[in-house]
Ligand binder design. Structure first.
Ligand SMILES: Cc1cc2nc3c(=O)[nH]c(=O)nc-3n(C[C@H](O)[C@H](O)[C@H](O)COP(=O)(O)OP(=O)(O)OC[C@H]3O[C@@H](n4cnc5c(N)ncnc54)[C@H](O)[C@@H]3O)c2cc1C
Length: 402
């Protein structure tokens, strides 16, 4: 069977244009603001950056063509998103940052025509931002989504939602929320979740404090959000009642892979910075890059980059074929989240004191990539799921053989 690894010419060209745009327009801004998007101006900054991306013809590579995007599938997104991720501000510039990118993907697949008009169209065009509200403080939903405690109960012509969420990326300043709430069953039971769409200025939605996480590159922070007698109509249900967990999978598999694409770009930047440094810096009668233990770090980075890309390619191929790709996305996400952190960590080590200083971007890259081992499924949860499927298949094989 033939294996085609080269992207189509138009995708290659878009990736090259993205690379130039990021290098010339975005990286200098990231460096000037130490990767802190709030310090750079938050939403005002985002709007200007996105206008520059439109003018450069690189805006919204993922969005459907009818909503002004380039309509790329998962495999074609990979090289473009990786180039965008080379700068911490790149994904925001192209409108492919989390959670908006994943929300565009999910709305394109699940929303009805009216919902697409009201929510997807302005989101794809960068006119508004969005938030995806799933995680709750203990004892609510976290790694275990079945603990979902936010409730939606029947009210006149619609639903009344009550609950508390946290770590909701982009909540401060979002135009609308996608809310995961329990419509049947009890916390701890599988199923019974529904997704609701609600404008952020609805009475009954209150954005609370920002959780002071390590990272600084996502507009709108990671916030607590309170739903207090939020009334929504039946038209606010995304898809069908009680199918929320199913729809979450439509979003999560691809969203995990687009995180990998973007953070792989960041890891590549860290590696490039370190290799350039050790090729120049002299010590012990040679360049640092000629010393064996430094070369080991360089080679290990190259191996981690190549392996991440290979696992990503496989997972995207399965997703583009319409497969659930549960194993492939779990494997790629787990490996990538850990490999990307290792790459940045080795890059800091190679640069000595400079590596942990503000003179190079490595320290800020390190703080940005660390949370990726936790969100979109902690590494332990993915390993547990991969192993459970493997053991389950082995048990079925044993039963069949009896
Ligand atoms: C920067 C950031 C952005 C986020 N953005 C969003 C967002 O936009 N929307 C949203 O809804 N949520 C968001 N989250 C929340 C994120 O999805 C959760 O943090 C994640 O699902 C883990 O849940 P938890 O924090 O409750 O950890 P817990 O569920 O309490 O787990 C804690 C730890 O226990 C271990 N563990 C858990 N289960 C298992 C298992 N089965 N086997 C072995 N070990 C296990 C893991 O080491 C895990 O890290 C974000 C989080 C961060 C850090």
């Amino acid at each position: 069977m033939a294996i085609e690894l080269s992207p189509p010419p138009e995708v290659h060209e878009l990736a090259e244009r993205t690379r130039t745009f990021i290098r010339d327009r975005v990286l200098p801004l990231e460096d000037a603001h130490d990767g802190d998007i709030t310090a750079a101006g938050g939403d005002t900054f985002r709007v200007d950056l996105q206008q520059a991306a439109r003018e450069a013809g690189v805006f919204a590579p993922h969005a459907p063509v009818e909503y002004g995007g380039h309509g790329l599938g998962m495999s074609d997104r990979a090289p473009v998103f990786e180039e965008a991720g080379y700068s911490l501000f790149g994904p925001t510039a192209l409108n492919i940052a989390a959670p908006d990118e994943g929300n565009v993907h999910m709305l394109a697949h699940i929303a009805n025509p009216e919902q697409k008009q009201q929510y997807l169209a302005p989101l794809a065009r960068g006119e508004v931002r969005s938030a995806f509200a799933m995680t709750e403080p203990a004892p609510g939903a976290g790694s275990d989504p079945s603990a979902l405690a936010t409730r939606a109960v029947r009210a006149d012509g619609g639903w009344r939602i009550n609950g508390r969420k946290w770590f909701i990326t982009g909540a401060d300043g979002a135009g609308f929320f996608i809310i995961m709430a329990r419509t049947s069953g009890e916390p701890g039971q599988r199923g019974g979740a529904t997704m609701f769409l609600a404008p952020a200025d609805s009475a009954g939605i209150r954005v609370g404090r920002h959780l002071d996480t390590l990272d600084r590159s996502m507009v709108g922070g990671h916030c607590e959000v309170f739903f207090e007698d939020l009334l929504v109509s039946d038209a606010a249900v995304l898809g069908e009642v009680d199918r929320g967990f199913e729809y979450a999978q439509v979003r999560l598999g691809p969203a995990r892979m687009t995180h990998v694409m973007r953070w792989l770009g960041a890891a590549r930047r860290g590696h490039d910075v370190a290799v350039a440094h050790v090729a120049r810096r002299e010590g012990f009668g040679s360049r640092l890059g000629d010393l064996g233990m430094v070369q080991k770090m360089i080679a290990d980075n190259e191996i981690d980059i190549a392996a991440t890309r290979a696992l990503l390619t496989r997972a995207c191929w399965e997703l583009d074929r319409g497969e659930p790709a549960a194993d492939a996305t779990s494997i790629a996400k787990t490996f990538a989240a850990e490999a990307i952190f290792r790459i940045i960590d080795r890059s800091m080590q190679m640069c000595g004191g400079l590596g942990v200083s503000g003179d190079l971007p490595l320290a800020r890259l390190s703080r940005e990539v660390r949370p990726f081992r936790i969100y979109d499924g902690p590494s332990e949860v993915h390993r547990w799921a991969i192993a459970k499927r493997a053991v389950g298949a082995a048990k079925r094989a044993l039963r069949d053989a009896e």
